[in-house]
Design a protein around this ligand. Sequence first.
Ligand SMILES: [Zn+2]
Ligand SMILES: [Zn+2]
Length: 137
Amino acid sequence: MSGKITATCLCGAVRISCGEPAGAGGYCHCEDCRKSTGSAFGVNIPFEASEFRIISGEIRSFTKTADSGNELTRHFCPNCGSPLFGTSPQHPGRIYVRAGIIDQPSLVRPASQTWCESKVEWSTIDPRLPSYPEGRP
Ligand SMILES: [Zn+2]
Ligand SMILES: [Zn+2]
């Protein structure tokens, strides 16, 4: 994934310049991702925090201690409710953008899946991807 990557929420109020990806990202089957996305799993792409810029829009956030024991803050658009990105004091240099808000979806290539022990039966991901029962080791 390279080039100029931007992201927008459903209503368009929040516009983000994502900067440089810090990896391919992956699927997350944890219950918190399921609840916060309203879907079967989350798809999160890491970006370098130093290049990540919010261009416009107000953002609200919700912080919860995840199953991993790490504190995770989920940021969202207060107008339309779109999940935007996650941050954690555990990884201060990274911003985990929700793949669905990226304006260049063809660039997204999730390369692993985590928290498979929480995976629902109604989601099927390519079984050849590296898969972890919990977070990435
Ligand atoms: Zn919005
Ligand atoms: Zn998750």
